[in-house]
Design a binder for this molecule. Structure first.
Ligand code: A3P
Length: 321
């Protein structure tokens, strides 16, 4: 990370001393900041982002918990937004991992912790974030007409996907060893996990989508798996980039869905062999891509416990996970 001016470092350190701290199950230290469990290595980027990030009216932000379908949505957003720039058979998605085409805000602020140049990116700017809505810069929803696409996923599948990913890709090599599955699951059910509690994360965006349906689109991984094509249409309409009759006739919606499908992306050379951020294999973003894989890892009692958590936390929201 870039070197920080002295006063910024001190500000972060003194803030950290006031915050509750706990390791995630994978050993990564986290702190409870504004109600979310933030990995400590992201606290400085988060503070800078809150202070400095200015959305443009045309900016598009993909928000998600890790392992809820971020890679898939990055690919879809990139393909939809850039469909006039690249024919499908020349799409950069064929040679580049989606995470390199749509970068996360946290990542920009991690690499240049003070003030990354986000003004000169191609328009419209498309970013992703794992941050909950309540920690985005104050005024984010009020001071712009930028759009947010949120994707949620069944928490049991998301937890297992995250578990498998983090066991393969240790984010901090020198931290404590990972906890066993049952202890990790206990923590998850209590909301103690990166960017958690998951129910706060999901409900924050869910409520915003009800209050501002033209600003926040709330999607569910499972719905998208069942019917990708109509969701691609829905996303394009939401972004104000609906498919024309001519594009429909050419079958472009189906082509984009195919290009971004799990099977297609997983089997591309770039995603089979490349690496992201030095040590994370591109291939680890494409594991099974299924609904219900949790059944191969978690007991019925664990699932029942999660159902109780979800019933308690989601009750009255109108949202079914
Ligand atoms: P599994 O581990 O259950 O297979 P994220 O992109 O948020 O990191 O989430 C990764 C999860 O999404 C993984 O789930 C991965 O296999 C799945 N995934 C990746 N690309 C996908 C695609 N194009 N379609 C459907 N699922 C996809």
């Amino acid at each position: 990370p870039a070197e920080l001016p002295k006063d910024e470092t001190t500000e972060e350190e003194s803030l950290l001393q006031t915050l509750q701290q706990q390791n995630n199950w994978d050993g990564v230290p986290m702190c409870l900041y504004q109600g979310i469990w933030c990995p400590i290595f992201l606290l400085r980027p988060l503070l800078s982002l809150q202070k400095n990030f200015k959305p443009h009216d045309t900016s598009i932000l993909l928000a998600s918990l890790p392992k809820a379908g971020t890679t898939w949505l990055k690919a879809l957003l990139f393909a939809i937004v850039n469909r006039d720039r690249f024919p499908i058979d020349q799409s950069p998605l064929l040679t580049t991992n989606p995470h390199k085409l749509v970068l996360s805000l946290e990542c920009y602020y991690y690499v240049d912790q003070v003030n990354p140049d986000l003004e000169n990116l191609p328009q419209p700017r498309v970013f992703s974030t794992h941050l909950p809505l309540n920690v985005l810069p104050p005024g984010f929803m009020i001071n712009s007409t930028s759009k947010i696409v949120y994707v949620s996923r069944n928490p049991l599948d998301q937890f297992i996907s995250e578990r498998e990913f983090l066991l393969k890709n240790r984010l901090l090599p020198d931290c404590e060893p990972p906890l066993p599955l049952d202890q990790a699951f206990d923590m998850f059910c209590e909301g103690v996990h990166a960017f958690g509690p998951f129910w706060e994360h999901i409900l924050g965006y869910w409520r915003a989508s009800l209050e501002n349906p033209d600003r926040v689109l709330f999607l569910q991984y499972e719905d998208m798996k069942r019917d990708t094509v109509s969701h691609v249409r829905k996303i394009a309409e939401f972004l104000g980039l609906p498919f024309s009759d001519e594009e429909e006739k050419r079958g472009m919606v189906g082509e984009i869905s195919q290009l971004c499908s799990f099977e297609k992306l997983k089997n591309l050379e770039t995603n089979k062999t490349g690496v992201l951020h030095g040590n994370v294999a591109n291939s680890s973003f494409f594991r099974k891509g299924e609904i219900g894989d949790w059944r191969n890892h978690l007991s019925p009692d664990m699932a029942e416990r999660m159902k109780e958590v979800i019933d308690a936390k989601m009750s009255g929201s109108g949202l079914k996970l």
